[in-house]
Write a protein that binds this ligand. Structure first.
Ligand code: BTX
Length: 248
């Protein structure tokens, strides 16, 4: 059963103790015409990542899906994913964690100085619309909050492991306040993202539908795409490739 509860946040909240996937519930609400509502669960039994991957979502997490109906083109939707990762990293930083963002959708905690990291949170954005206009966006945000690391996959970490348990209501409120701020000021997204980025300046390999790109991540474009400088084979000028989607 759904419980509505008051949170001093710019979205109304539908809370469920356990749900298959908050993104699926949010998609239902979006299809019914809802806007500015967030579905929050303590546990998901069928959490989803990108590309049909599984997302472990045991009790104690922040499993949140925000429904919005922004007046944007689909090409701008990646900015909402970046805005969600900035909001999540900000809330985690306020909880005392050195959270950073790994393009495009991971909030991570660095381990050492070699670019190693553990994954604290992930974002899954889904949308419906025409080529020139988004009808709705569901931004799914999964944060390993008050969870023991042994309940999570290899390479994951949690707020509990990094800094001790958080007040999840307060965490969700801060996250939603920051998300609301950036969705209202999309031009602030890329600069804020740069400040939190783990990826920039690093050698990266990006798997994307059009093939693999290897090079140095030098920037994020105004659209939210990753700009990779690729060494040319013949030793001439390096070439710049802009990657809008893929696994980094
Ligand atoms: P992704 O495809 O980038 O990452 C998925 C991969 O992350 C998995 O294949 C696994 O290796 C690893 N993984 C799985 N579970 C966890 C976890 N709890 N912590 C760290 N790493 C993990 C990332 O997809 C997007 C995830 C979005 C999750 C939210 S939760 C609320 C909403 N509802 C829903 O079903 N999905 C979103």
């Amino acid at each position: 059963p759904a419980v509505e509860f008051e949170l001093d946040a710019p979205f109304s909240i539908e809370y469920r103790a356990s749900v298959g996937s908050t993104n699926d519930r949010a998609r239902e609400l979006a299809t019914e015409g809802a806007a500015d509502i967030a579905v929050l669960a303590d546990e998901q039994t069928g959490g989803r990542g990108r590309l049909e991957r599984e997302w472990a979502a045991p009790a104690g997490g922040v499993w949140l899906s925000v429904v919005t109906r922004p007046a944007i083109a689909p090409a701008q939707a990646p900015l909402y994913t970046l805005a969600a990762s900035i909001a999540t990293a900000t809330a985690a930083r306020e909880a005392g964690i050195d959270a950073r963002i790994k393009w495009p959708n991971d909030v991570v905690v660095p381990v050492g100085d070699d670019g190693d990291y553990r994954k604290l949170a992930g974002i899954l954005t889904e949308m419906e619309g025409e080529t020139d206009r988004v009808e709705w966006l569901v931004v799914g945000i999964g944060v390993n909050a008050n969870i023991d690391a042994d309940r999570l996959p290899e390479g994951a970490t949690s707020v509990r492991e990094e800094a001790g348990d958080v007040d999840r209501r307060r965490f969700v409120q801060r996250l939603l306040e920051e998300f609301d701020r950036y969705r209202g000021d999309l031009e602030a997204v890329v600069p804020a993202w740069r400040d939190l980025a783990l990826t920039l300046g690093q050698r990266v390999r990006v798997d994307r539908p059009a093939g693999e790109v290897v090079g140095e991540a030098v920037d994020v474009a105004a659209s939210g795409a990753l700009v990779v400088e690729v060494e040319s084979d013949d030793g001439d000028e390096n070439e710049t490739v802009t990657v809008s989607a893929g696994d980094c």
